[in-house]
Design a protein around this ligand. Structure first.
Ligand code: ADP
Length: 631
């Protein structure tokens, strides 16, 4: 009993599996997917159609039916078209499994048997012979048109064979021809489709290949670009490092230059202005030559340093509203002696005009104006004219400096703002470096302005700078540009002690000589930072002059210690340094210092600064003693 149930279950399972395989054409896919549902529907439909034809053939064989051969033919055509349609669909959707093929072959065998036994006429089996090529065709799915031709050949041979072999069987030539035509049409369609498909596939393969190649090329290009970018990154880094090194180098060089320059300019000024032991006239002229050459060298160093700073992007500007009249006046005052040497006339239409305000860095604007004015003097002819004009237009102010000098040859004018270009013909004897205008151009651009030039050789040149104007109301706070010029009265004959912390003996010697003009002052000297701190604590000087680069500790550390120590915190400190780097100056100015002087020292400026600091010390001390007296 149990044994039977087991066998039944196994049999049922096998039948289920076969039926399932048949239904699904053997595909192991989700039975409920829309695609599989369509396959199953078509398989069952093909199965029922073929079964119906078998029944039809068998009935025709066993019973004498009243159907005419035309009716037979119609039924068979419909069945054949349904079969061909299913095959085509399966082919197109690439859905053909082993079970479908086996079913088709099995049914063909049965139909051949029926044909032999006369159960179905020859035309009746015709549709059937559509299946072998179809089956072959489907089997060779992707093999292509050769399979189609091969299977067609098999069909034609089969037909010929049956025509020879079954002449005795009832024969319906019209229906046969119709089937032949239907078969050929279907076969032709399949064949055409196959050719088109093959072409498409070829095209697609080619396109895919092209795309792959393009992809590969793109990949290579991307890789190359990445490499280039990497190389660029490295090059940029190296360039930045080189630039930093260059700036550092220039800063160091400038420091090294400034130290001897300090002695040259300082001592020549001392000799020139010595009233105790005055020089003979010819000696004074020589000393003045030395001083002039020194000043020229200094301006050269300053210009090169400025250019390096601008190129390294380290030039800091302080843009603010600036009234241009005082600025122009100051610039003219500075260059007047030079103009007088050439008996030049200066027509200044700005200083006497209305107040005009621009947005600029006052010191840098003055530097540009001085450059234009000194060029207008240098490249002018004797007794020539310099005209200064200003014109406001469209939110900008144009300031022009026109001269009646030698002008610039047309073909060289485009080089005017390029560095180290000296353009005017016959200017060999005129002092210059060829970088003043390059700096002016860069400064104007950084301040949001422009600089232009017009020149006629032999008649003169006109340089025009433009800057954005600002509302005068806002410019109320416009800064006065030079704070160092105010005269200091009543400072001579002062007494007191000054401590100079400096390692360079030539600098010390210069300051000693300068201070000889203040006989009441006593000078102490420390060649090292630590010693400077000790001397300051021991002697409590009235003023400390402090160099920044010292052999043991930096001047900044000395300053910090002095300010942090109670006994020395109130002593004013004047920084005297050969370093002209603006960031160093800014850092130090944030600390509590009395002044910041750069070497080479301007003797007058140095004395004024020392005098002023001592006056303030005295005022401070007297207030303290007043307070002490009151208490
Ligand atoms: P420098 O005057 O020190 O040579 P600049 O950069 O100021 O340097 O000027 C560059 C060159 O442009 C000068 O050498 C000169 O040939 C020409 N130049 C500048 N200004 C004038 C001017 N007003 N007239 C004629 N030539 C000028």
């Amino acid at each position: 009993m149990t044994q039977k149930r087991v066998t039944d279950t196994v049999t049922q399972g096998t039948i289920k599996r076969v039926w399932y395989s048949f239904k699904t054409s053997g595909f192991q896919e989700d039975e409920h997917s829309p695609e599989m549902r369509r396959v199953m529907f078509l398989n069952i439909f093909a199965f029922i159609t073929i079964l119906a034809l078998l029944v039809f053939g068998s009935v025709n064989l066993l019973v004498d039916t009243p159907w005419t051969s035309t009716q037979n033919g119609i039924i068979e055509i419909l069945a054949a078209l349904a079969g061909a349609g299913i095959l085509l669909y399966l082919r197109l959707s690439q859905r053909i499994g082993l079970c479908t093929n086996l079913t088709l072959i099995l049914i063909m065998v049965v139909m051949t048997f029926l044909l032999h036994t006369g159960g179905i006429n020859r035309t009746g089996i015709f549709w059937w012979f559509c299946f072998p090529p179809g089956a072959f065709y489907l089997k060779g799915k992707s093999v292509g048109w050769r399979w189609v031709l091969g299977s067609n050949l098999i069909f034609v041979l089969t037909l010929l064979f049956s025509a020879l072999d079954f002449t005795s069987v009832p024969y319906a030539p019209v229906t046969l021809r119709q089937f032949m035509a239907a078969y050929l049409v279907v076969s032709l369609l399949m064949y055409t489709y196959e050719i088109i498909r093959a072409e498409y596939e070829e095209q697609i393969a080619k396109d895919t290949n092209d795309i792959l190649e393009a992809n590969q090329r793109l990949g290579l290009e991307i890789e190359e670009r990445k490499k280039t970018e990497e190389a660029l990154g490295i090059a940029k880094l190296e360039a930045e490092q080189a630039n930093r090194a260059k700036t550092e180098f220039l800063s160091k060089m400038s420091h090294e230059f400034r130290t001897p320059m300090n002695s040259i300019l300082g001592f020549s000024q001392l000799l020139d202005t010595d009233t105790v032991e005055p020089l003979s006239e010819s000696h004074r002229e020589s000393v003045q030559e030395i001083a002039a050459a020194g000043r020229h060298l200094l301006s050269l160093i300053n210009e090169v340093l400025d250019l390096a700073r601008i190129e390294a992007g380290r030039m800091q500007l302080h843009i603010q509203p600036v009234e241009i009249r005082p600025l122009v006046e100051e610039a003219i005052t500075s260059i007047k002696p030079l103009a007088a040497d050439k008996r030049l006339r200066i027509h200044d239409e700005i200083s006497n005009g209305p107040a005009l305000h621009v947005s600029a860095d006052p010191n840098r604007l003055k530097q540009v104006l001085l450059n234009l004015l000194s060029n207008a003097i240098k490249y002018n002819c004797d007794e020539g004219l310099i005209r200064l004009e200003a014109e406001a237009c469209d939110g900008a102010l144009a300031i022009s400096v026109t001269d009646t000098g030698i002008g610039i040859p047309k073909e060289r004018q485009e080089l005017i703002f390029k560095p180290f270009q000296r353009l005017a013909s016959g200017q060999g004897s005129i002092e210059g470096t060829g970088i003043g205008l390059t700096i002016s151009h860069q400064l104007m651009t950084m301040m949001g302005g422009t600089i232009r030039m017009k020149s006629t050789p032999g008649l003169g040149s006109c340089f025009t700078i433009t800057l954005p104007t600002v509302d005068p109301a806002v410019s109320e706070s416009a800064v006065s540009v030079d704070q160092e010029q105010e005269p200091l009265a009543g400072t001579a004959g002062k007494t007191g002690t000054i401590l100079y912390v400096e390692d360079e003996l030539s600098n010390l010697a210069l300051v000693e000589h300068i201070l000889l003009r203040r006989p009441g002052l006593k000078l102490l000297h420390a060649a090292q930072g630590h010693l400077g701190i000790e001397l300051a604590q021991a002697h409590k000087p009235d003023l400390i002059l402090l160099d920044i680069r010292l052999p043991d500790i930096s001047g900044v550390e000395v300053l910090d210690t002095l300010k942090a120590t109670e006994t020395t915190s109130s002593i004013p400190v004047i920084i005297v340094t050969a370093s002209a780097m603006p960031h160093e100056k800014e850092e130090l100015q944030e600390k509590d210092i009395a002044a910041y002087l750069t070497k080479p020292l301007d003797v007058h400026l140095f004395l004024r600064t020392v005098d002023r600091a001592l006056v303030q010390v005295r005022a401070h001390n007297s207030t303290i003693s007043e307070v002490e007296a009151l208490s």
